[in-house]
Design a protein around this ligand. Structure first.
Ligand code: PLP
Length: 233
């Protein structure tokens, strides 16, 4: 067994255990394999183990992999920050975008989504930690943005995404993920039918699943530690 296949198996086991511990069915939690910084060969290896959904942060890198792996039936998620100069490529190449945090970006994505493709599946990114440096709307602004996004013809609003403030404090982590769950609940009480809570990564997926995550974004625990040096891969 290669390390990617062993790691994938271990992550699936962690997800199933966390789901059962929370009284949930393991199938309620999807695994998004975050392949940023890893070459196409690693994605191919994970795909051979049955992994279908992959997440990329960097547009150029992601598009190269999509091209190189076009023989496989994969589902590509853009999980990086979205600026105006990226929307066309995201609209043309990806199935999902998780980082919607303003109307202008959402409108551009909807206008640029090719008619031949299904609507772009999107999540609104919410800054639950309230950190200055993080992108995402403030929790109090999520509902207004959700109404706008839900009305755009070529987008399908699926739910909410967050990258909470990193913390060793377990109860704070629970509170941050719980805040996103409650926000989603309120939007659904308001008449929306959102099914996705995109939260939890390699280090905190158990807490996120306990708080209702339906999609966890996992990189390091599957592919290994990313090398930060530019050009090192
Ligand atoms: C890199 C990244 C992940 C994966 O993080 P790991 O700690 O490697 O699992 C998840 N979500 C986003 C938005 C990321 O940028």
């Amino acid at each position: 067994m290669t390390s990617i296949s062993a790691n994938l198996q271990a992550v699936r086991t962690r997800i199933a255990k966390a789901a059962r511990a929370a009284g949930r069915a393991p199938e309620e939690v999807r695994l998004l394999a975050v392949s940023k910084s890893w070459p196409s060969s690693c994605v191919r290896e994970a795909a051979a183990c049955g992994q279908r959904a992959f997440g990329e942060n960097y547009l150029q890198e992601g598009m190269e992999k999509i091209e190189e792996l076009s023989d496989l039936d994969l589902e590509w998620h853009f999980i990086g920050p979205l600026q105006s100069n990226k929307t066309l490529d995201v609209a043309m190449n990806f199935a999902w975008a998780h980082g919607i945090d303003r109307e202008k970006i959402a409108t551009r994505l909807s206008n640029q989504r090719p008619a031949a493709l299904p609507p772009l599946q999107v999540c609104i990114q919410v800054n639950v930690g309230g950190e200055e440096s993080k992108s995402g709307v403030a929790p109090g602004e999520a509902q207004a943005l959700a109404r706008i996004v839900a009305s755009l013809p070529r987008l399908k609003l699926r739910g909410l995404m967050t990258i909470p403030a990193q913390t060793e404090n377990d109860s704070l982590a629970h509170r941050q993920f719980g805040e996103l769950r409650e926000l989603l609940l309120r939007l659904n009480q308001d008449g929306m039918e959102l099914d996705t809570l995109s939260m939890g990564m390699s280090d905190d997926l158990e807490v996120a699943i306990a708080e209702g995550a339906t999609l966890v974004r996992v990189g390091t625990a599957i592919f290994g530690e990313r090398v930060k040096l530019k050009g090192a891969l």
